[in-house]
Design a protein around this ligand. Structure first.
Ligand SMILES: NC(=O)c1ccc[n+]([C@@H]2O[C@H](COP(=O)([O-])OP(=O)(O)OC[C@H]3O[C@@H](n4cnc5c(N)ncnc54)[C@H](OP(=O)(O)O)[C@@H]3O)[C@@H](O)[C@H]2O)c1
Length: 335
């Protein structure tokens, strides 16, 4: 009899435990399903703050770094099409002037160009920019310029120059440009700062460690200044970017996961103030396939798993890059 009573008691206890864990499991699954559903709603159905709010057609200017190619050039065209005047900055003045002329003719906006090399971190360049931007109403800043390791490289083998260049371009340029324009945005209580982040900042990327760290900085810094500036009317958005077809990515063909700059930038500008696949504040992962990957990274398996994945991917890319270098060196020798 005792044994039967014990069995019944134990079974009840087990059943309660199973029910409790079952309920917790169901709640976790429901929460995850809801958060995935929210990502889909964000990227497919919601529209963000209209960029026209930032002085479009009313004398507002957008300042874009790294504006002569790739994603930055596309920002210049799409922001000009919304009637923002454009300041274009990169190293190659001839390219900037050609783009500026095209923008003026096509969209009837004003433009300014400034050629500088951000790797130099030269005070006189930033002073000249301060001078150039002081008299105009800067309402949008796109901190787009970025540089990367030439090939995936173990940190201890990377050159001091590449390490310094990445820090100067990806970190210091964003901070210095922001310091120049934020006071006038705050004074007007109207401004938008878009920082071009990367999935390398979301998941640490072995062999691209300095680039990865610089984008992690950008992510953390964007969230911090985003919170500081929101009550002052300035919207900060770090944009988590997976791959986009460009010179930097060395990818020439678009796929579902790797868009051309045009649809990519359209997704960024269509979702200002909306998280998309991002789970951190003042951050957005707006392109639909990137958003789904972002959600998977945040919700499926551990960060350790994703770092290991990156380790394997970059090891493979490094091997192929070294073989290519060897082939090129042999070809050069035989000439
Ligand atoms: N493409 C991707 O897959 C991807 C993924 C994640 C994040 N991102 C980020 O997106 C941003 C734009 O990348 P992208 O792929 O569009 O690059 P990109 O096509 O290589 O264009 C880079 C732009 O920056 C300018 N630039 C490069 N170095 C410069 C320097 N030292 N000083 C001044 N200007 C410089 C280039 O013009 P000049 O040569 O004339 O100077 C060009 O206009 C970067 O911050 C990058 O980290 C890109």
């Amino acid at each position: 009899m005792d044994k039967i009573a014990q069995f019944v008691q134990k079974s009840n206890c087990n059943a309660t435990t199973v029910a409790v864990f079952g309920a917790i499991g169901a709640a976790v699954v429901a929460f995850k399903a809801l958060s995935f559903f929210k990502v889909l709603v964000d990227v497919f159905f919601r529209s963000g703050i209209n960029v026209k709010k930032y002085g479009a057609g009313r004398g507002g200017w957008a300042v874009i770094t790294g504006a002569s190619d790739g994603i930055g050039k596309e920002f210049a065209f799409q922001l000009a099409s919304k009637k923002l005047n454009i300041v274009l900055i990169s190293r190659t003045e001839s390219k900037l002037k050609t783009i500026a002329e095209e923008l003026e003719q096509k969209y009837n906006v004003e433009t300014k160009v400034y050629a500088m090399d951000f790797t130099k971190g030269a005070d006189q360049d930033y002073q000249a920019l301060q001078h150039l931007l002081a008299p105009i109403e800067v309402t949008v800043l796109v901190n787009n310029v970025g540089t990367n390791h030439e090939i995936p490289t173990p940190f201890e083998q990377e050159t001091d120059k590449i390490i310094k260049d990445i820090v100067e371009v990806n970190i210091n340029a964003a901070m210095r440009m922001t310091k120049i324009v934020v006071p006038q945005m705050v004074a007007r209580k109207n401004g938008l700062i878009i920082n071009l982040g990367s999935f390398a900042g979301l998941v640490p990327t072995p062999f691209l460690s300095v680039y990865s760290g610089s984008k992690a900085f950008l992510s953390s810094w964007s969230q911090a200044i985003g919170a500081e500036l929101a009550p002052k009317g300035v919207q900060v958005q770090n944009v988590n970017t997976y791959f986009v077809v460009s010179a930097m990515s060395k990818i020439r063909r678009a796929t579902m996961l790797i868009p051309m700059p045009k649809p990519y930038v359209r997704s960024v500008l269509g979702q200002i103030g909306i998280a998309g696949g991002a789970s951190t504040p003042y951050t957005s992962t707006p392109f639909y396939s990137h958003a789904i990957v972002n959600w998977l990274i945040d919700n499926v398996l551990t960060r350790g798993f994703w770092v290991k994945q990156n380790y394997n991917i970059q090891t493979d890319i490094r091997k192929r890059a070294l073989r290519k270098r060897e082939r090129e060196a042999a070809a050069a020798k035989s000439q």
